[in-house]
Design a protein around this ligand. Sequence first.
Ligand code: SAM
Length: 266
Amino acid sequence: MKQHKHKKRFGQNFLNNQQIIDQIIVSIRPQSTQHLVEIGPGQAALTRPLLNIVNKLDIIEIDNDLITPLMTKFGKYPNFNLHHTDALGFDYSNLLVGTKQEKILRVVGNLPYNIASPLMFHLLSFAEIIQDMHFMLQKEVVDRITANPGSKTYGRLSVMMQYSCATEFLFNVNSENFTPPPKVTSAIIRLIPYKIKPFKAQCEQTFAKLVKLSFSQKRKTLRNNLKEYLLVKQIESCNIDPSIRAEKLGLEEFVKLADKLFEVKQ
Ligand code: SAM
């Protein structure tokens, strides 16, 4: 069989260690009645074990060269559905057919690192139909997503992801477990979109804007980063000290500031 040439532009680092593959599948806990979606199946390291368990598996792969091998291997499986397309532009609500249980998606993937953040945000726009997501990402990105206020890695990505999801670091995966090995350590993260958000902004666009502005210059205080949008006394009216930096604020405080900005804009 023709050897696959790994493509850097598609972030192709394929898992090569069965123990790690098993550990990922165990942490996903797939059940026979469930509907899973795998992004970037590659050479099917995770696809095969998932197909042997779940009721329905949709896979989304962009690389033309991987389509025929995947169809040859799995085309006959009744629970297998391949979408040869870009996961970034895909409409996940199109997958909602079948039984009630099949209308809730569980999304998994060893994600191409170059598109991981935009892809997670795209998926969050389908949060209502997603039960959970398990992703392999760069460890550094997992650290940022799961960071607490005040820590070095806490920033815009932490706040935006924690606004929508419960986030959980599961375990690290070293680079020798991939072919070819990436330059960085990877990690598995679990994201569970909230059915009811613990802190909900009146306007989510304003919230996203406020968070972006707050972190626009990391070394500057809130007062400085927000100076064209909120007065010092408006920040203080949220019980927030304008002389601190955004990295010290928790989710609830960002929501308070966003609601204040929304209020003054009206
Ligand atoms: N799941 C396999 C594994 O764990 O060995 C492959 C993972 S590899 C890191 C990423 C996979 O995502 C590749 O198969 C790549 O072709 C695919 N991919 C890259 N960009 C994509 C996109 N925009 N949409 C769908 N698949 C993509």
